[in-house]
Write a protein that binds this ligand. Structure first.
Ligand SMILES: C[S@@+](CC[C@H](N)C(=O)[O-])C[C@H]1O[C@@H](n2cnc3c(N)ncnc32)[C@H](O)[C@@H]1O
Length: 538
């Protein structure tokens, strides 16, 4: 249903020359976007909300419609629009409208802002002296000659936003990928208040009459360590957009990144787009071999708890520490502490090695085994002697055998060998140092999505992961990573691994998010174009 305000806008567009509107950056925000942005901004009930480029007041009006009762302030450069705004007071209600160049306004703190800035290059105009000084102070550099006006609005508004106040922007998403956008991204990273980045599918028009990409930036009341990235299909997913803006997130973002992991030189348009480009990924088997765990053929006989081993009179040299089942290594890491815990809880965690020594206790236990018929089992019958254990070194990575919507990978820092609940990953010597990095990568949502995607493409709901399945899993080609990225990844893994037990999960989440950010940057590499795409009206 067309509202009265939309009718006013249509009337204005019909009467105003298209080229003029284009040069003036006059694209009015679609109502469904305005409603979402308004919800975000009014949530903290600010004393006033500013729209520095208010056009015919779509954004401010949406704040009123959503129940905001405070002061609405709009700036507009175009006197004709200001005149129309004032004439439409009965439609738009109470708003304080100031005519003039917002970029030339006194530099005052702002309680909240809702903005669809003009999209045109500032190189066509002289920059006000005050703004130049402020930008130099804030950015440490003069704004690039390719900087579009919307970047200047972003700097001017966001840097003045008071603590506790929020801001919502809709801008073209090109800056996320282009050379001139590096400066904008650096600003966003330094400022730290960007909480949500909502990217609309570039193939679909958000502004019906303008061929431009669009993204919404939602800035929070204080700085945020993480950035949530959403990819939406424009109006078709307006309900999700509303949920994001109302903080009723019924869905997960496409990715959540730790701010410190972001790279301003990378293309942020692809952040969180899994499957973006795995063409340079390689098989996991490139980095090591994957072997089944030890199959004893008779766990009841070979796998012992500490008390049972003691009762049998077996000595430590006849016992090999082991990870007997999936529940023995239920966390992300298995180390000597976990092994000692299993022992103290009297869980099965030793393998009986009948060949380690010949003594009375061993002989008696072997005779007992034969009496019970364990030597006649399918696997034991084929071994010589029947109680010979498969020879395996402890594997530094344990890979779960069963997985449906994901998989489990455990870093094994103990001397325990694994039985068949896990496969063991044995890196080739030159990749041994990468183990914590590989482990961290395999905990990331990206790794899981690639895995699920790969399983889907096999048309397999997946019950059991054979070593061959793991070998074929696509992973980044760490051979092509710079030493610096490898070191960074290793340091994140080390940080997660050294965390206090209480913070284990939190610090692992942080490390995986950082790793996800690094991966996204690797995918996108540098997309540094120096020429800004042109905006065109249809
Ligand atoms: C993209 S439109 C957005 C209008 C409105 N806020 C909306 O969302 O529908 C940008 C508006 O900013 C105005 N404008 C352009 N440069 C400006 C400036 N330096 N200061 C204030 N307004 C400006 C344009 O005339 C235009 O009406």
């Amino acid at each position: 249903m067309t509202t009265e305000l939309e009718r006013l806008q249509d009337d204005y567009c019909a009467r105003r020359d298209r080229q003029y509107r284009r040069a003036a950056g006059q694209f009015f925000t679609p109502r469904w976007i305005a409603v979402g942005m308004a919800r975000w901004v009014i949530a903290t009930n600010p004393v006033a909300i500013l729209d520095p480029a208010c056009g015919l007041g779509m954004l401010l009006n949406a704040c009123r419609e959503q129940g905001y009762t405070g002061k609405l302030v709009g700036h507009e450069l175009d006197p004709e629009l200001v005149g129309r705004l004032r004439d439409a007071k009965d439609v738009l209600g109470d708003m304080e409208i100031q005519q003039g160049d917002f970029l030339d306004m006194p530099w005052e703190p702002l309680p909240a802002a809702i903005v669809n800035p003009p999209y045109n290059r500032f190189q066509r105009r002289e920059l006000p002296q005050r703004l130049q000084l402020e930008l130099a102070r804030m950015l440490g550099v003069t704004a690039s000659g390719y900087t579009n006006q919307y970047a200047l609005f972003l700097y001017s508004v966001v840097s003045r936003l008071k603590p506790g106040g929020r801001a919502a922007f809709i801008v073209p998403s090109e800056f996320l990928a282009t050379g001139y956008g590096v400066q904008v991204k650096e600003f966003l990273m330094r400022n730290g208040r960007l909480e949500h980045l909502v990217l609309f599918d570039p193939a679909i028009r958000v502004f019906p009459e303008a061929a431009t990409t669009a993204c919404v930036l939602l800035f929070g009341a204080s700085t945020s360590e993480t950035l949530k990235v959403w990819h939406l299909h424009a109006e078709r997913e307006s309900n999700i957009f509303e949920d994001i803006c109302s903080e009723e997130e019924r869905q997960f973002p496409d990715t959540m990144l730790v701010r410190s992991s972001l790279d301003s030189r990378a293309n942020w348009q692809g952040l969180g787009k899994v499957g973006a480009d795995t063409s340079r990924f390689v098989n996991f088997g490139t980095f090591g071999s994957i072997k089944r765990g030890i199959a004893t053929g008779a766990n009841e006989f070979f796998v012992l708890s500490d008390l049972r081993a003691k009762a049998l009179g077996l000595k430590s040299m006849e016992l090999v520490p082991c990870i007997a089942n999936a529940s023995s290594a239920s966390g992300f890491v298995f180390d000597e502490f976990h092994l000692a815990l299993l022992k103290s809880l009297d869980k099965p965690c030793f393998l009986f090695d009948g060949q380690a020594a010949q003594n009375e206790s061993v002989r008696r236990y072997l005779e007992e085994g034969e009496r019970q018929g364990y030597h006649q089992r399918y696997l034991t019958k084929m071994r010589k002697p029947w109680y010979k254990l498969e020879s395996r070194r402890p594997a530094p990575l344990l890979l779960a055998v069963f997985g449906r919507e994901g998989f489990k990978v455990v870093l094994n820092r103990s001397c325990a060998v694994n039985l068949t609940a896990f496969h063991g990953f044995y890196p080739f010597p030159e990749f041994e140092r990468l183990i914590p990095l590989i482990w961290l990568y395999l905990q990331t949502p990206t790794a899981r999505s690639i895995y699920i995607e790969q399983q889907r493409s096999y048309g397999d709901g997946l019950k059991k992961l054979e070593p061959g399945d793991w070998t074929k899993l696509k992973v980044p080609d760490w051979r092509a990573w710079s030493e610096q990225d490898i070191e960074v990844g290793l340091s994140w893994a080390a940080e997660a691994l050294n965390a206090d037990a209480k913070f284990e999960q939190t610090s692992l989440n942080l490390a995986t998010q950082r790793m996800n950010g690094l991966l996204a940057c690797h995918w996108q590499e540098l997309a540094v174009n120096t020429v800004e795409p042109q905006l065109s009206l249809i």
